[in-house]
Design a protein around this ligand. Structure first.
Ligand code: NAG
Ligand code: NAG
Length: 600
């Protein structure tokens, strides 16, 4: 045996030498011998080999912004502790243990993946042609528009989607453009802390995590230091809007009287990741003190476990207020609690609060916010409503909106993170609730805001047309053409939002149940056809009318989030595995410090 093998190896070696001699060398035959020219449809690692191949990366150097935000002499510098917690060493498994699709099924998914990519490519080409380096493209008039300080929001927001779709030339062309963004100048006098954090800082950090390109890290630090200047206030709570000129002087910024709770509550992931990639704890320390305020008072509100929709950072008051919701204005405050736990773990006191806050909020939301709607087919689904706490106690209002649809995915993630089956099952029902709303409307897309009827009995819910008619009659917004079960479509638009497909994506990755891919495909076809314009995709004014009028409006989250989630549903489940990344509220993946343990 041994001798045979030796002879065999010697023969192969000779053969290779001979081939090497006779074949033309690499430069002469690039398509045959050089690295793959077409992006693989594989996991993050396989795609990384293609996208981050040094041979194909042009030389790009960051141009420093016209103002160095790290040189501001702050009147009230934020405290520099606590220090960043040590890396997480063990994590529960998040994703389903996938086995390979059958050949027939995999070719269907492959066609779907390509179709999503085709739509993205069309949008990207139009952005490039008509709105390059501007914040957004108007999808009907083909005009550019600046809405977030003019730092090319759509471009920065789309970087990681370009990477995931294997659009290598376009990705590095965009990185070269990022290198020239001037965070020392702004088209608006005030900078929106929340949007700048989730779109710009989040977009740059994720693109850096995927590509490792230094330009992206440099620019992330610049915009991170600009946001850090927003903590230069008497009590070190962040401002909602940063006065651009004043912030440069280092004088104290005035904290607003009241703000929506999502605004100060949606900085944790970006600032923690920035501390991780720079090794400088200052960003983590600054935001940790903000979250301490939420933590300390979580059980003292009118609805213990949750915080009112508006809070006062000026007075550090997160308890006065009676309206509670996971919809707009509050949403990502809650989203970031389990996700901060995923990124930071619970190894010390400063990071342990995220797990405690997550569990308390999830239990309260399950009890007070979610309801089973009464629908003609008696489907066992959940919808997230609003809760007002008045003199007679908590009252659930069965009004919901598209923005709440992230909550199903978040509960599924929480179910895995905290090994809690009830969270996971609740998450699945919530995700299916949004899918139900999509398929109920004639366009196949759900409205921005709507009302339904609460089932009196969650276990044993029977459709009762009379109750529905009575409830509908009470609503002045009721329209005859609404699907049965809905009593209003208060805001009938669809503005290209991602939250419903976001939850379907998470449920697919967590459960591996193919039904979620089929739902995603139905949703994609409906959304793509209802919103398509000559050059891109546009918001529509009424989802209850087929062929609804379009609005000349396309936010950067369409390419950053909605199309990305659709794409990831049909791509290899190891691409941006939820065991390797946690996604910020703008769908930007941040690398987790340690891979998952093997499936049990
Ligand atoms: C800032 O931008 C404005 C236009 O938006 C431009 O006129 C001005 O020169 C820029 N300033 C700097 C320092 O680049
Ligand atoms: C709030 O209450 C929950 C249980 O309902 C508890 O686990 C948590 O520690 C409490 N939080 C604080 C800050 O006391």
């Amino acid at each position: 045996m041994a001798r045979f093998r030796l002879r065999h190896i010697a023969f192969c070696a000779l053969l290779v030498l001979a081939l090497y001699h006779f074949l033309p060398h690499e430069d002469a035959l690039p398509t045959l011998l050089s690295t793959q020219r077409v992006a693989p449809n594989g996991g993050t690692h396989a795609l990384g080999k293609y996208m981050n191949d040094p041979k194909h990366i042009p030389h790009i150097v960051a141009v420093a912004s016209s103002f160095a935000w790290n040189t501001v002499k702050m009147a009230y510098p934020p405290p520099l502790t606590p220090k960043l917690p040590p890396p997480v060493t063990t994590r529960p498994r998040i994703q389903h243990d996938f086995s390979k699709d059958s050949r027939a099924r995999s070719s269907v998914q492959e066609q779907r993946r390509r179709e999503v990519k085709r739509v993205f490519e069309k949008n990207w080409a139009s952005y490039k042609a008509h709105a390059w380096m501007k914040d957004a493209l108007k999808p009907i008039s083909a005009r550019p528009v600046d809405q977030f300080s003019g730092w090319a929001a759509t471009l920065v927001d789309s970087l990681d989607t370009l990477w995931m779709m294997g659009m290598r030339d376009e990705f590095y062309e965009a990185v070269a453009a990022v290198a020239t963004i001037d965070f020392g100048n702004s088209t608006s006098a005030t900078v929106n802390t929340f949007e700048t954090c989730i779109r710009y800082l989040g977009g740059l950090l994720a693109a850096y995590d995927l590509s490792g390109h230094e330009v992206l890290r440099r620019k992330a630090v610049e915009v991170g230091d600009l946001l850090y200047a927003g903590f230069n206030t008497e009590n070190n709570m962040p401002v909602d809007f940063i006065g651009f000129k004043l912030a440069k002087t280092g004088e104290a910024l005035p904290v607003e009287e009241t703000v929506v709770s999502a605004s100060p509550g949606t900085i944790t992931l970006e600032f923690s990741r920035l501390s991780q990639v720079t090794g400088d704890s200052k960003y983590y320390a600054a935001v940790s003190h903000v979250m301490d305020v939420f933590h300390e008072h979580q059980n003292e509100t009118q609805l213990p476990g949750m915080w009112p929709m508006t809070v006062s950072m000026k007075r550090r008051d997160v308890v006065s207020g009676y309206q509670f919701t996971v919809a707009g204005n509050a949403d990502s405050l809650y989203e970031y609690l389990p996700k901060a736990h995923a990124l930071l773990g619970s190894t010390d006191a400063s990071s342990a609060k995220y797990e405690a806050m997550s569990r308390a909020f999830m239990d309260t939301a399950m009890e007070n916010l979610f309801f089973r709607p009464m629908v003609p087919g008696n489907e066992d689904i959940l919808i997230s409503g609003n809760c007002d706490v008045l003199d007679d106690g908590p009252r659930l209002d069965p009004e919901s909106e598209h923005l709440t649809c992230f909550i199903g995915g978040l509960f599924a993630l929480g179910g895995r993170l905290f090994e809690n089956k009830e969270y996971l099952e609740t998450g699945a029902r919530l995700a299916l609730g949004c899918a139900y709303a999509y398929e109920s409307f004639p366009t196949g897309v759900m409205p921005e805001r709507y009302n339904m009827v609460i089932c009196p009995d969650r276990q044993n819910c029977k459709w009762d047309e009379e109750i529905w008619a009575t409830e509908s009659a009470k609503r002045k917004e009721y329209l005859e053409r609404l699907p049965k079960g809905f009593t209003t479509a208060k805001d009938p638009r669809y503005i290209l939002r991602p939250e419903a497909i976001e939850s379907i994506f998470v449920l697919w990755r967590v459960t591996g149940n193919n039904e979620f891919r089929e739902i995603a495909w139905q949703m994609f076809q409906a959304v793509a056809s209802a919103t398509e314009t000559e050059i891109a995709n546009a918001a529509i004014s009424d989802v209850s009318v087929v062929g609804s009028e379009k609005i000349d409006y396309m936010e950067s989250f369409w390419m950053a989030e909605t199309l990305k989630y659709f794409y990831l549903v049909f791509a290899d489940p190891e691409l941006i595995s939820l065991d390797d990344f946690v996604l910020n509220t703008e769908a930007h993946p941040f690398k987790l410090s340690k891979p998952a343990m093997p499936a049990s």
